[in-house]
Design a protein around this ligand. Structure first.
Ligand code: NDP
Length: 248
């Protein structure tokens, strides 16, 4: 096996400027893939990541596209496919959370979560499918909250991540005859801006894991890179936890 198993592959990652998405971009690029990724508003983190990776010789493209917006999601995929000359790997990572009980959940937050966590995944995938060759990889980033809700206020977020799991199963059936695999990686608590390991809920979440700690973005990215690679071809339609034992 080459030390750069993704050489020649072209990847598209949503929400790649920070957190888990940025680490996935880093890892795929380090393994030889050309990578396009999206971010939402400020380009500061995206520019820094592009600078870091291009100085290492990688081909990396940052695209501003609000995942809440259908047209921007579609246009981002089309631009990535045009500039990279096609796509082989799609990682649907962009998502947002809002924690509130159902009777106090703002309507605009409900729409935002559904549009980003579900809508972006659907429009990105639907647009990307026509650019994918046989044997391509689609990797969705769901959440352990599809399977386990450790406290109140997470019903809407959990609902969107349940949709990721179901979409993954259906899509694996739709695309199986092209040798395209579709998997859902479900992180447990991972230290990022969205869920810092010193945040308000951190201690209670650590207590649910078997090791009493948060995971690192690299724990998720290394697994995503395996799923993106040539040795994962018989894994598809699976919901795969990287969660420190959150559900055991
Ligand atoms: P972060 O908030 O740290 O990073 C989110 C990334 O998504 C950023 O790059 C951000 O870009 C981008 N993004 C957010 N909203 C949009 C938007 N509207 N349009 C385009 N890009 C957007 O999140 P995490 O890294 O923690 O989470 C990544 C994934 O992992 C999500 O799917 C999340 O649900 C999942 N997950 C995370 C867990 C955790 O504990 N951290 C646990 C379980 C699942 P920008 O810089 O422009 O804001």
């Amino acid at each position: 096996m080459s030390s750069a198993p993704l050489t020649g592959r072209r990847a598209f990652v949503t929400g790649g400027s920070r957190g888990i998405g940025a680490e996935i971009v880093r890892r795929l690029a380090a393994e030889g893939a050309a990578v396009a990724f999206t971010y939402s508003a400020s380009s500061a983190h995206a520019d820094k990541l592009v600078g870091e990776l291009t100085s290492n010789g990688a081909t990396v493209l940052a695209i501003q596209a609000d995942a809440a917006d259908r047209e921007q999601s579609i246009a981002a995929v089309e631009r990535a496919a045009a500039e990279l000359g096609g796509l082989d790997i799609v990682v649907n990572n962009a998502a947002v959370a809002h924690i509130a009980p159902i009777d106090d959940f703002p309507a605009e937050e409900f729409d935002r979560l559904v549009n980003i966590n579900i809508g972006s995944m659907y429009w990105t995938t639907r647009t990307a499918v026509k650019h994918l060759g046989d044997g391509a990889r689609i990797i969705n980033i769901g959440s352990i909250n599809a399977d386990r809700i450790p406290g109140p206020g997470l019903s809407v977020y959990g609902m969107t991540k349940g949709a990721v799991a179901s979409f993954t199963r259906g899509l694996a059936r739709d695309l199986g005859d092209r040798g395209i695999t579709v998997n859902n990686v479900q992180p447990g608590p991972i230290d990022t801006d969205a869920n810092p390991d010193q945040g308000d809920f951190a201690e209670s979440l650590k207590a649910v894991t078997t090791q009493g700690r948060y995971g690192h973005t690299t724990d998720v990215a290394s697994f995503v890179s395996f799923l993106a690679g040539p040795e994962s071809g018989y894994i598809t339609g699976a919901n795969l936890n990287v969660d420190g034992g959150f559900t055991v």
